[in-house]
Ligand binder design. Sequence first.
Ligand SMILES: Cc1cc2nc3c(=O)[nH]c(=O)nc-3n(C[C@H](O)[C@H](O)[C@H](O)COP(=O)(O)OP(=O)(O)OC[C@H]3O[C@@H](n4cnc5c(N)ncnc54)[C@H](O)[C@@H]3O)c2cc1C
Ligand code: SF4
Length: 596
Amino acid sequence: MTLVVKIAPPQEPQVDLSRTYDAVVVGSGAAGGMAAHVLTSQGMQVLLLEAGKKINIEQELRSMEWPYDNARRGNLPPGSHALRFNEYNIRQPPYARASTYKHVYSYVGGWDGGDYVKNILVDEKDHPYTGTKYAWVRARLLGGKTNIWGRLALRLSDYDFKGKTHDGYGEDWPIAYADLEPYYDKVDLLLGISGHKENLPHLPDSLFQRPNKLTIAEVQLRNTLKGMNRVLTPYRAGVTTDGVKNKYRSKCFGRGACGRRPGGCDIHAAFDSPTGLIYPAMDTGNLTLRTNSIAHEVLVDPNTGKARGVSFVDAQNRKTYEAKAKAVILAASTLESARLLLLSQSRQYPTGIGNSSGHVGHNFCEHVMGPGATGLVKDLVGKPHTLDDGKPGGFYIPRFRNLQDKQNGFIRGYGFEGGAGHSIFPNGTDAPGFGAAFKKRVREYSGAFIGLGGFGEVLARYENYVDLDPQMKDAWGIPSLRFHYQFSDNEKKMCEDMAVTAKEMLEAAGIEIIGVDKNILTEGWSIHELGTARMGTDPKTSVLNQFQQSHDVKNLFVVDGSSHVSASCQNPTWTIMALAWRSCEHLADQFKKGEL
Ligand SMILES: Cc1cc2nc3c(=O)[nH]c(=O)nc-3n(C[C@H](O)[C@H](O)[C@H](O)COP(=O)(O)OP(=O)(O)OC[C@H]3O[C@@H](n4cnc5c(N)ncnc54)[C@H](O)[C@@H]3O)c2cc1C
Ligand code: SF4
């Protein structure tokens, strides 16, 4: 019998703010966790500042709790509200300002099981932002969004890193796939990833562990797509299916709990930053963690112009403290890191630290979502039930547009996420009728549905940006972000194509179309925000060099998605971690040579 691993988090060393640490890392999600892991493994003494609290995550997620064991079937308690699509579109941020609810959460809180994530998502009342509409999802706690992420773990390719060379738009990244490949490999081996090799130049394979099994309908679609020169591959999940050397994590038991709720795995088979990176880093004895620590300024040595530490507010006692360090690493997530750079204004850096180019906050990009299709596989109606959802994901259809071909109307591409088959709770409950006939119909049809939805590259454009709102402040008195961000015609044309190809693929597989979605979801919906402090070779048009090191301040690094030069259409987290690993190795090397 395999036992579930239940190892308590390590003892936390005492925080000593009188000392100067080798490095201070801000934020403990995918990026900050990786920075802490790499720097401590290189022997550096690191202080990790996390704005949120450390919660008992296993208890919070209650992955194995049945809905009927929860008072409200997992829904949010009275007095709490999750923002809906229309609220994002009809109203202007700050969305929670006029709300009569005591607590307001982003739309993720409205998914089935919102009660399980209410202490993970930020309360929008405390964290306002202004400007153009944007569905900004934030998780403020140890591990950030990795506690509930969707687990799709994809690599980028030179179609992404060298996008400008390919189609003339935007900027190439200052690195190529060959530079990052060894670090993707390291991330795969350290954290575990399940998937199936496909040998695609535009979606490089990982060092995969056992893949998830495709369902009957998924295999049917995969076989059809082969004839269309498209690929359907099992969900590449950032989940260890064969196990990794890490006492805080179990291998996947295939319970599917992570897919039925807004994410999360209480045995940590799915990667999360605390068990995957931070606890092992603490075990080196080189990592000190301070939670409830909201960084609001990178401090500067007036003589050298170098970063000398970070000023932060304690979220609970609201007092301000300073953390001193020889190197500062921002990893607060794309938008929060940009906010921090902009907040860090001084005599040397009047428009924000590292912002001599004026590009901080700009070139903001992400993925556009919405269009997709749902179908019914008639042959499966009334067939015996099979265990289909005991796995951490369904399938992925990689980009097929603008690779060898050139589409009319838009550049770049999109991929589809999808799934089919039986789920623990039957789908198709909008069937007509009631009573015994209704139940019979639901039983017969459940498991015969298939759905897919697109994720497309939003072009990085200077005009899409965030800055500081001159009036609005958060609950701790820190100026809020203001959005100036909209989809362009390229995204709209791409979305039209997504709806067409989603339908055409299902039809080609002989699947009856039940619905085609053409609507574009609100900006931000993808939770893949990127690009606000991009890397580049030219300090006049970029913020960071190829090692995510500030062009202006050599001991300042920004290792999250803000450094990405373009969004690609692949989900970003695996790339965020591979890049952070590469940069932090470089940082440690420079540190040892005394070059920082
Ligand atoms: C529901 C959901 C599904 C997702 N699905 C996928 C997926 O399938 N694939 C994928 O690749 N990605 C997915 N993502 C996105 C993924 O979670 C992020 O790309 C990833 O977590 C980014 O890592 P990060 O470290 O940059 O940010 P985060 O994980 O957000 O971590 C940032 C941390 O910094 C802290 N912080 C912020 N400001 C401050 C401050 N001022 N001082 C101190 N600390 C601060 C935050 O509290 C947080 O803990 C999903 C996200 C969500 C929410
Ligand atoms: S399917 Fe695997 S990753 Fe998902 S909750 Fe179950 S054990 Fe965790």
